[in-house]
Write a protein that binds this ligand. Sequence first.
Ligand SMILES: [Zn+2]
Length: 131
Amino acid sequence: MGAVRYDVPEPDAFTRPYWEAAAQGRLLIRRCGRCGRAHHYPREFCPHCWSEDVAWEETSGRATLYTWSTVHRNDLPPFGDRTPYTAAVVDLAEGPRMMTEVVECPEGELTAAMPLRVTFRDGSPVFRPDP
Ligand SMILES: [Zn+2]
């Protein structure tokens, strides 16, 4: 058994479809069949109207940058080896706001509302500039 890592998913029965799709390079969200709104992170109930009529939906993978912070120190492995990195909140094209990381972009080139596209690192979604 290797070193403990804090960046890899621990799927359960409910989130397994999400992580299996991510392993195939697809980002899923949940959309409510009653009010029509999408949400993320995945929940079994719609957080807007509490309906249980919620289903998985594949996203376009497009997003815009809402806010970000450069992380210079993180003691949880393997993040310490990655510093500095860009922790970010992005607005998915489908509506939900998502916590993630922006990669392949120098800190000085980050701008609010810049277009991003999902990419996957070790099966987890991160975002890079979408020129
Ligand atoms: Zn709803």
